[in-house]
Design a binder for this molecule. Structure first.
Ligand SMILES: N[C@@H](CCC(=O)N[C@@H](CS)C(=O)NCC(=O)O)C(=O)O
Length: 205
C-alpha cells in the first residue's frame, strides 16, 4: 500500500498516527506528494488532488482522512479506535468531526495569511480563530467522556492541537483550557505522535 503524504499536512498526520497505532505502518510506503501543485499520480488516484490519499493493494484509492482512518481501524491490530455502534460510536465520530473542522479552519487561516496582506479578510479570519477557541473549549469537555484512552477522536484532537502549535502558536488555548493542555502534553508523548511531528521541508534556493 502507498500513502500520498506531506510532512506538514495535519490530515496526513492523523492518518499516519492511526497507521502506527494500528500496527500498519510497516505495510504502507510513504510517497511525497505535491497537493498544491501538479502531481499527476496523485490526480490519477484522487481527482481532488488532496492528501492524504491511500492506495490499497488492489490499486483502488481511499480518501479522505476519516475514510482512510476507518479503513485502518477495520484492518489493523489492537483495540478498535471507533466503537462499532451505539452512543460511543457517535461520540467518537463527533469528536473526530470537531477536530477535523478545527483543521479546516486552521488551514484556511494559514492559507489566507499567505496571500497578499491587502487581500486578507479580517472578518473571516477572526471568525475562524473564534471558532477554533470555541472548539478547544468543547474538546476539553468532550475528551474525558470518550470511551477508553485512545480512540480516533483522541487522535484527531491531538493532531488538531498539534497543528495549532505548529502554525498558529499565537492562539493561547493552553491558558484558557489547562485540562486540555494537560491531556495534550501527555498525548503528544505517544511514540506515534513523536514520530509524526510536522517539519517544514527545507527552503529551495
Ligand atoms: N477533508 C480532507 C482534507 C484534506 C486536505 O485538504 N488536505 C490538504 C493538505 S493539508 C490538501 O491536500 N490540499 C490541496 C488542495 O486542496 O488542493 C481530509 O480529512 O483528508
Amino acid at each position: 500500500m502507498q500513502l500520498f503524504y506531506s510532512t506538514t499536512s495535519p490530515y496526513v498526520r492523523k492518518v499516519r498516527v492511526t497507521m502506527i497505532e494500528k500496527g500498519l505502518a510497516g505495510h504502507i510506503d510513504l510517497r511525497l506528494a505535491n497537493a498544491h501543485g501538479v502531481d499527476e499520480a496523485l490526480r490519477a488516484a484522487n481527482p481532488l488532488s488532496r492528501i492524504p490519499t491511500l492506495i490499497l493493494d488492489d490499486g483502488s484509492a481511499l480518501y479522505d482522512s476519516p475514510v482512510i482512518c476507518a479503513w485502518l481501524d477495520a484492518h489493523g491490530e489492537g483495540p478498535e479506535l471507533i466503537p462499532p455502534a451505539g452512543a460511543e460510536h457517535w461520540a467518537v465520530r463527533r469528536t473526530e468531526a470537531l477536530a477535523d473542522g478545527m483543521l479546516d479552519d486552521a488551514v484556511a487561516v494559514v492559507m489566507e495569511r499567505r496571500r497578499a496582506m491587502a487581500q486578507e479578510d479580517p472578518v473571516l479570519q477572526t471568525g475562524r480563530i473564534e471558532a477554533l477557541q470555541r472548539a478547544c473549549a468543547r474538546l476539553e469537555s468532550d475528551l474525558p467522556t470518550l470511551p477508553g484512552a485512545l480512540t480516533l477522536g483522541h487522535i484527531a484532537a491531538g493532531c488538531a492541537l498539534g497543528y495549532l502549535g505548529f502554525r498558529l502558536p499565537e492562539i493561547d488555548w493552553r491558558s484558557a483550557h489547562p485540562r486540555l493542555a494537560g491531556w495534550y502534553q501527555s498525548f503528544a508523548e505517544r511514540p506515534a505522535m513523536v514520530e509524526t511531528v510536522p517539519v517544514d521541508p527545507p527552503h529551495q534556493p
